[in-house]
Design a binder for this molecule. Sequence first.
Ligand code: IPD
Ligand code: CA
Ligand code: CA
Length: 260
Amino acid sequence: MPKKLEIAKTAALEAGNIVLDHSSNIQIDYKETQNLVTQADLAAEKQILEILKNHYPDHAYLCEETAHDTDVLSDHLWIIDPLDGTNNFANGIPQFSISIAYAEQGEVLCGVVYDPNRRELFSAIKGKGARLNDRAISASKKTSLDQSIVSTGFYYDRGTIMEKTLNTVHALFKRNIRGLRRMGSAALDLVWVACSRYDAFFEYKLSPWDFAAGILIIKEAGGVCHNIDGAAMTLQSKGIICAAPQLIDQFLSVAKWNDG
Ligand code: IPD
Ligand code: CA
Ligand code: CA
């Protein structure tokens, strides 16, 4: 596994450089009105695939831009978001990341999330803890919601999911949370829970490439992830509720979406 992690790190660092190189000349296309893709997304994905396929030509690949239907239960699967936070990137907001995970039959075994603006590389190997660059990280020790900074995200939906997210935000403020953030890169939201910058995060609709690396990094940092209905988090989950270990029950009681 260390070899796979090293290759994933190399791919993430190279993709980060590509994305930064594109930041002076951003070319935007639209998948849907609110859902963009830029030349940087495509170039970063191409580079990541080239590096990984050079080492693992027989593995399966699930990538946001060019191969999004691959089975998440494949025997040997790489799950890639080449640029998480495209809306930020396209608007010149320096909050975006590259996420790469490796999974076997639905179980994530290693993962990296790279923030090229801060040069922060988050990583984990199953059973071996989580790291930010060279230092071990852990989820926060907070014990109550009124001490907590919570992060969320909005999918491109402008209907039920948006309304449920706003209702939960309202309910969290009623529980007197210390603050709420919406930074725009789910992969970074997750690893910021892992290193205790955030105490909790929820987003009701995400894809495996947004969270595959992040959920391993959170677990290895001692945090807890659930599906939005409170069930176990898997690569087939459609969204996430995660928090520091002593907060997760309180957080679920407010954020859980029973019929989500
Ligand atoms: C998006 C970001 C955003 C989240 C959206 C994701 P993208 O990913 O992670 O924070 O709210 O749900 O789709 O499209 O920038 O890769
Ligand atoms: Ca994404
Ligand atoms: Ca993306």
